[in-house]
Design a protein around this ligand. Structure first.
Ligand code: ZN
Length: 395
C-alpha cells in the first residue's frame, strides 16, 4: 500500500480506517488518504483520531503516520483521519503548477530533460536539463506561458499505463531522480496529463484543472549543478505578495527616473549610459585640474637640490601619487601635501633624496605614518593642516 489513494482521490480530506499497527507515535492504517512524502512533494499534515499527524512517510510499501504524541486508540480500532486542507490544496496547486511550467519549457527550450523538483512552504523549484541558456527573457516567457495555460482552463487527468507503453511515448517526461523507484516494483506507471500541454510520470497529488492553480510568479533561476538550471516559482498568497512587491519596486524606479512602467527599461538604460559618460568626463577633468595644480607648485632650493612643493585639495593620495610622478619634471623631488580631513603627503623623487626620508621628516614633526621606495613614498594621518606642513617644508 502506498500514497495511491491520496494521488487518485486528491479531493478526499476525511476518511475512516482501521488501525493495523502502532509503534510509539508511528501508526499504520489498513488504508489512508494521507500523502506520504515523495517525488518532491512534502507529506500531508492533519489529524488521526484526536492526535496531530506531523509527518507521513512510506516504509517498505507501508504508509507510516508520525503523530505528535502517542495515540489514545489501539490496533483494531476504527479512527477518523482528516487531511489538513490548506496545506494539501497548496501542494496540489503547486505540484500541478510545476507540470504546467515544464509544459511551458517544452515550447522554448531545446533538448529538454527533467532534473528534479521540490515543494516547500514558500516556493517550488524545478530543475531543467537543457542546453538553452535560461536568461531573463526566458523567465518572462515561461511565466507568461504558464499563466496563459492557467487561464486556458486545461483539464488535468491521471491514469496508470504499462511502463513499456510509457517509455515508448516520447512526450512523457520522466523525473529519473524520483520516479526510478516507481518502476522498480511495478509494471505500470502513473501518467499525469495536462490536456494538450504536458505529460509526466508522477505519483503526486494534482488539481483537476489548471484554472485552480491561480497566478504564478517566477522568483528566479540558479545553477544547482552541471547542465542544470533551477527555476523557482511561487503560487497563492506568496505569489500575489511577490507580484505586489515587484510592482512597488517598478513604480518607485519609474518615479525616480521620471517615466512610466512601459518605458522604464529604456529610460534606465539611457540614464546609466549618461552617468557612465559623465563619470568618465569628470575623471578626465579632475586629472587635468590636478596636473595643472601640480604644475603651479613653488620651486624652492634646499641643500642645493631643486624641490617642488605645494598643496592640493579634492583628490585622494593615490590620484595625487600618479600625477606627482608625472609632474616632477626636472626637479629633484616633488612634495604634494593633501588638504583633507586626514591630511597626507606624497613624495616623488629622482632618487638623490630618498622619498621615504622626506615622509619620515614630516611624520616625525607632525605625527602620522607611511613609507615607500627611494623614488616614491606616501604618508598619512598627518596631525597638522596643509599650510603648516608646507611652511615646514619650505624652510
Ligand atoms: Zn506531479
Amino acid at each position: 500500500m502506498s500514497s495511491a489513494l491520496a494521488s487518485d482521490n486528491p479531493t478526499v480530506r476525511a476518511f475512516e480506517a482501521s488501525v493495523t499497527d502502532i509503534d510509539g507515535t508511528a501508526v499504520v492504517l489498513d488504508e489512508t488518504y494521507f500523502y506520504a512524502e515523495g517525488g518532491g512533494q512534502p507529506s500531508d499534515r492533519g489529524v488521526l483520531g484526536d492526535t496531530e499527524v506531523v509527518h507521513v512517510r512510506e516504509v517498505d510499501g507501508a504508509v507510516v503516520h508520525e503523530l505528535a504524541s502517542e495515540p489514545d486508540f489501539s490496533v483494531g480500532d476504527e479512527v477518523t483521519g482528516v487531511v489538513d486542507d490548506d496545506f494539501r490544496t497548496y501542494c496540489m496547486r503547486a505540484h500541478t503548477a510545476s507540470h504546467v511550467l515544464y509544459g511551458a519549457a517544452r515550447h522554448i527550450f531545446d533538448d529538454l530533460g527533467y532534473g528534479g523538483f521540490g515543494i516547500s512552504d514558500e516556493k517550488v523549484r524545478v530543475d531543467f536539463e537543457t542546453t538553452t541558456e535560461i536568461d531573463d527573457a526566458a523567465l518572462v516567457e515561461l511565466e507568461r506561458l504558464v499563466n496563459r495555460a492557467v487561464w486556458d482552463t486545461r483539464d488535468v487527468s491521471w491514469e496508470e499505463i504499462p511502463v513499456a507503453e510509457a517509455r515508448e511515448r516520447e512526450e512523457i517526461a520522466f523525473n529519473v531522480k524520483t520516479e526510478e523507484g516507481v518502476f522498480a516494483d511495478s509494471d505500470t506507471v502513473r501518467i499525469v496529463t495536462i490536456e494538450g500541454w504536458d505529460w509526466a510520470a508522477c505519483g503526486g497529488t494534482h488539481v483537476s484543472n489548471t484554472i485552480e492553480i491561480g497566478p504564478l510568479e517566477i522568483l528566479g533561476r540558479s545553477n544547482p549543478g552541471e547542465g542544470l538550471t533551477r527555476v523557482e516559482f511561487t503560487v497563492g498568497p506568496s505569489a500575489i505578495d511577490h507580484r505586489a512587491d515587484i510592482q512597488q519596486s517598478a513604480y518607485e524606479a519609474a518615479s525616480a527616473l521620471g517615466t512610466n512602467l512601459e518605458d522604464l527599461g529604456s529610460v534606465a538604460t539611457t540614464a546609466v549610459e549618461a552617468r557612465n559618460e559623465l563619470e568618465s568626463e569628470l575623471r578626465d577633468l579632475k586629472a587635468e585640474v590636478l596636473s595643472s595644480r601640480l604644475a603651479q607648485f613653488e620651486t624652492v632650493e634646499r641643500d642645493g637640490m631643486m624641490w617642488k612643493v605645494g598643496s592640493v585639495a579634492g583628490f585622494d593620495a593615490n590620484e595625487v601619487g600618479e600625477a606627482a610622478k608625472a609632474a616632477r619634471g626636472d626637479a629633484d623631488v616633488i612634495v604634494a601635501v593633501g588638504e583633507s580631513s586626514a591630511p597626507f603627503v606624497v613624495v616623488a623623487s629622482a632618487g638623490d633624496i630618498a622619498a621615504g626620508d622626506v615622509v619620515s621628516e614630516v611624520t616625525d614633526e607632525f605625527g602620522g605614518g607611511g613609507g615607500g621606495s627611494p623614488t616614491f613614498a606616501q604618508g598619512g594621518g598627518i596631525g597638522a593642516p596643509a599650510d603648516e606642513v608646507l611652511a615646514f617644508l619650505q624652510n
